[in-house]
Design a protein around this ligand. Structure first.
Ligand SMILES: CC(C)(COP(=O)(O)OP(=O)(O)OC[C@H]1O[C@@H](n2cnc3c(N)ncnc32)[C@H](O)[C@@H]1OP(=O)(O)O)[C@@H](O)C(=O)NCCC(=O)NCCSC(=O)C[C@H](O)C(=O)O
Ligand SMILES: [Mg+2]
Length: 286
């Protein structure tokens, strides 16, 4: 599959220290994995987790799942060694936490080179203000909302509707869309609350995110469903494209489907829906 078409409906964090999770993920229906060396790993377990993760990646077996490694920030005592150990370990991308400015990514490039894609955590107020420049960095291919850290730094309330985060979430999506890269929403901490997760997934989808970061396998199906085109969206997209082609053939610039106009820009959206559905089908067949 063309990597630019890869779906990111579900992006599952797995602590690098948890061998059972690293093993289990080889069979989980997750579009991408974030192998975590940062907040999910206790300070005295960092070195062992790094070695465990390098070995798991060497063994492979993660199939179609996009493999992202979240290292510790380079300003920590573990970051530099993480970057050195992981740059050639077989990951598809490195995820850098606590990014504030594009120069943080340049510092990482100095260690890992400029070929390996970099994703960035968007989890500080400064990163949100600099979102456009961070997303435009030549090595950055994905943004991940770090909503727990954002809530901590903003000093805002945790609300079910996430109102205090709306501005930040929209800035992250806008920056990603302007740079044509991936944007993934933050985690839902109450991992046994399916209804709450469904609400947040649908909200993130409606805001424009490609998918959601997750912390437990029980969350996968809800995210995979919420961020996939529905059958009725696929069916409507097909009819819109057909109707538009027909109207163009008869010299018209506009078609009407189900009482709504269809112009060339709507055709672009319809084509995107069909391409995403196709990419999901291809991935499932791998
Ligand atoms: C939250 C957990 C600690 C819960 O773990 P546990 O109590 O073991 O759950 P279960 O017993 O229900 O697990 C059932 C089986 O599923 C496997 N499992 C659990 N979680 C994962 C996972 N994430 N990936 C793969 N497999 C997983 C268990 O091993 C069980 O398997 P089996 O033995 O076959 O029954 C735990 O889920 C967990 O640690 N989750 C990840 C937490 C994490 O990564 N946090 C950091 C990322 S979030 C973050 O940092 C936020 C961001 O930076 C921000 O600022 O917002
Ligand atoms: Mg964080």
């Amino acid at each position: 599959m063309d990597s630019s078409m890869h779906p990111y409906r579900s992006v599952l964090y797995i602590p690098g220290s948890k061998e059972r999770g690293l093993e289990k993920a080889r069979d989980l229906p997750t579009d991408a994995i974030i192998f975590d060396l940062e907040d999910a790993v206790a300070p005295d377990a960092k070195a062992a987790a790094r070695a465990t993760l390098v070995e798991a990646l060497r063994q492979g077996g993660y199939g179609y799942r996009y493999k992202i490694v979240r290292i510790n920030a380079l300003t920590t005592e573990w970051g530099l060694e993480d970057a050195r150990a992981l740059r050639d370990a077989g990951a598809d991308a490195i995820l850098l936490p606590k990014v504030n400015t594009p120069s943080d990514i340049d510092n990482l490039s100095d260690v890992i080179g400029t070929d390996l894609p970099v994703w960035t955590m968007m989890e500080t107020p400064v990163s949100v203000f600099n979102a456009r420049e961070i997303a435009a960095h030549r090595q950055v291919t994905g943004l991940v909302a770090g909503t727990n850290d954002l809530i901590k730094d903003l000093g805002c309330r945790v609300r079910a509707d996430r109102m205090p985060l709306w501005a930040s979430l929209q800035m992250i999506v806008m920056a990603a869309r302007a740079a044509r890269i991936v944007a993934v929403d933050g985690v839902y901490n109450r991992f046994r609350d399916g209804d709450g997760l469904k609400f947040e997934c649908e909200q993130g989808r409606d805001l424009g995110f490609d998918g959601k970061t997750l912390i437990h396998p029980a969350q996968l199906e809800i995210a995979n469903t919420a961020f996939a085109p529905t059958n009725s969206e696929i069916e409507l997209a097909g009819r819109q494209i057909a109707a538009y082609e027909e109207s163009r053939a008869s010299g018209q610039g506009i078609a009407v489907v189900d009482g709504q106009i269809v112009e060339n820009l709507h055709v672009v959206s319809a084509q995107r829906i069909l391409a995403k559905a196709q990419a999901i089908r291809e991935m499932a067949a791998e």
